[in-house]
Design a protein around this ligand. Structure first.
Ligand code: FES
Ligand SMILES: [Fe+2]
Length: 356
């Protein structure tokens, strides 16, 4: 219904003048109609233009003079120059670096030397949200022409974000592997002992494991382990047992929450596709122990080592066999993530590129 309404609104503006944006919605609307995390709030200074490739589609993301995050297609409708190489003027317009055309929220305001050119023409403008210090983008729906597919997922914010007992560190890694492979790796508990140096070497197999659906976009598996004698859980948390909750929220979010005694460490990741074999992974690590900032370095170091180890193993996976041939009960979270992704895609529109 929403889409039908958007379609009619898109044909006629309130004045009956057709709003036209280029390139057409078919070039970007199959990216999966979700919100994706594409940046950290404090990386966006007023007036800086960020060229963001989302699934090979270039988007110019910037904080305008009113402090609002905007995301417009980076392709100038005149001769295709990259708008992100232009600048944000005092009048809040982006000026194309090639022939100076000015765009206000993606719509052309001024064409130098051509005051008579009429019509409502511009670039697609994508919806953004700024929540919990992060920037989210829906790269499938054009607010200007009102074409494309509207996102209908909520944005997951972990309860740790508003719990004063927790502190947070964040980071980012550029990984030359597909985003779904990176995400599924974070939903894969069984690799931890074999790939990671901080893994539980003594009892790598959980003695209990249970999956539950959260809703149509998310699910959760709970694992119970025996704590390794030399693990952080045993040493700091004095725990004999460790519980791990591993959750996913389509399209890009994973949560790994480790409980050991009273200590809780939660790692939240978001991974979006730059292109077919390239992605950006963001992580947030929340902890309710060793909360003084002096300990941050320890956790940054741990994340740095962990991600290097993950990338190391992901690089060994054969491109043509990225899905493997067999699965076990321990792969349930990844399989459910994949299943929900496919269901969602099929419901919206037959996908061009589907994760199998
Ligand atoms: S290419 Fe942008 S103004 Fe000509
Ligand atoms: Fe890992």
């Amino acid at each position: 219904m929403k889409n039908i309404l958007a379609f009619f609104l898109g044909i006629f503006s309130i004045y009956g003048v057709k709003i036209s944006t280029k390139p057409p919605a078919s070039t970007y609307q199959y990216n999966g109609n979700f919100y994706w995390k594409i940046g950290k709030s404090n990386d966006y200074y007023k007036g800086d233009l960020h060229r963001t490739l989302f699934n090979d589609y270039p988007i110019c993301v910037y904080r305008d003079r009113n402090n609002t995050i905007n995301a417009i297609s980076d392709i100038c409708v005149h001769r295709g120059a990259a708008l992100s190489f232009g600048k944000l003027l005092e009048n809040n317009c982006i000026q194309c670096p090639y022939h100076g055309w000015e765009y206000n929220e993606g719509m052309i305001k001024t064409i130098p030397g051509c005051p008579d050119m009429k019509g409502k023409i511009g670039t697609p403008r994508f919806e953004t949200k700024e929540i919990n210090g992060d920037i989210y983008l829906c790269p499938t729906y054009d607010l200007n022409s009102q074409h494309g597919i509207i996102a209908n997922n909520g944005i997951y914010i972990p309860p740790e974000a508003s719990n004063s007992k927790f502190v947070r560190i964040s980071g980012k890694k550029h990984i030359k592997r597909p985003n779904f492979l990176v995400t599924e790796n974070v939903l894969d508990m069984m690799h931890i002992s074999y790939v990671h140096t901080f893994g539980n070497q003594v009892s790598p197999i959980p003695f209990e494991i249970k999956y539950e659906d959260i809703d149509e976009f998310s699910g959760k598996t709970t694992f119970h382990y025996t704590a390794g004698a030399t693990s952080m859980s045993a040493i700091i948390g004095n725990a004999k047992e460790v519980k791990v909750e591993n959750e996913f929220y389509l399209p890009d979010t994973t949560v790994t929450r480790v409980f050991a005694g009273n200590i809780v460490k939660t790692i939240v990741t978001h991974c979006y596709p730059i292109g077919k074999n390239e992605s950006i992974l963001y992580y947030d690590l929340y902890r309710n122990f060793l909360t003084y900032p002096i300990f941050d370095g320890l956790f940054y170091k741990q994340m740095d080592i962990t991600l290097k180890e993950d990338v190391g193993i992901l690089n060994t996976i054969y491109d043509n066999h990225i899905r493997g041939f067999m699965t076990t009960k321990y792969d349930i979270t990844q399989l459910k993530y994949r299943e929900k992704w496919n269901k969602k895609f099929i419901k919206e529109k037959p996908p061009k590129k589907e994760i199998e």
